[in-house]
Write a protein that binds this ligand. Structure first.
Ligand SMILES: [Fe+2]
Length: 244
């Protein structure tokens, strides 16, 4: 089975991912070795930084060509990891959000740390649905709010939001509380998709251990759902609509 990654910060020179394309290519080679055959690469979009959409597009075009020359994992587009903040709340009202190629799925994250998820998150996500968007909440297990009460996720998911496990959470990549919450949420079957959220080649070993942890907790069938079928739907790989 080959895996598809919908959340991978491999774009060189854009934000907190690789600075140089040489590291991006090393990262992509490592992903291939771990069993990934395709990825949509991501960059951060939030009110604290300038809008890097233009830089991301240029970086993506360079990386896609170099990755294709290298062989291995194929790049199927790029998208933004939108932080739910005042900028996002303004932009989605005017349709200025970046969806996954060929779909209406949009990747969102809350603020990590004590600020936690917005208290009116359910309402925000509902309004996204009304706009025809399909939100995917990145790494819910890493938010204090969810760690304190993982059950909150059920209501959000019932409202149609997809939940994305950050694989590295399974091996304490983000601390014990995130690991514990991730395992609880997996046990409850509350994830729709898993992704690497890898930023640097140095973390490839950790990602390898995360994949082993996932398989040992869930078995191969569930791994295929979270890293095969789920991501295929998100990025329209299944329908071949990888136009961007
Ligand atoms: Fe991310």
């Amino acid at each position: 089975m080959s895996y598809l990654d919908i959340h991978l910060h491999a774009l060189p020179g854009v934000d907190d991912g690789p600075e140089e394309i040489t590291e991006s290519l090393l990262l992509l080679k490592g992903m291939t070795d771990l069993g990934f055959s395709a990825a949509v690469v991501t960059f951060h979009l939030d009110a604290d930084h300038e809008d890097r959409s233009g830089i991301a597009e240029k970086s993506y075009n360079e990386l896609r060509k170099a990755a294709s020359d290298q062989g291995g994992i194929g790049l199927s587009g790029y998208t933004a990891e939108h932080r739910i903040d005042p900028l996002f709340l303004r932009n989605y009202n005017t349709g200025r959000v970046l969806c996954y190629p060929g779909t209406r799925f949009v990747l969102v994250e809350g603020t990590l740390g004590p600020a936690g998820l917005p208290p009116n998150l359910n309402e925000i996500l509902f309004r996204l649905h009304l706009k025809g968007l399909r939100p995917i909440l990145a790494h819910p297990e890493r938010y204090d709010t969810i760690q304190a009460d993982p059950g909150i996720l059920s209501a959000l998911r019932d409202g149609g939001t997809w939940m994305q496990l950050d694989l590295q959470s399974l091996v304490s990549g983000y601390g014990r509380a995130a690991e514990k919450a991730a395992k609880q949420l997996l046990e409850k079957g509350l994830y729709d998709v898993a992704a690497s959220d890898l930023h640097h080649a140095k973390d490839l070993d950790q990602l390898g251990r995360s994949l082993e942890a996932l398989a040992s907790q869930l078995g191969q069938e569930e791994v295929e759902r979270l890293l095969g079928k789920g991501p295929a739907e998100v990025a329209a790989w299944a329908s071949g609509e990888t136009t961007r």
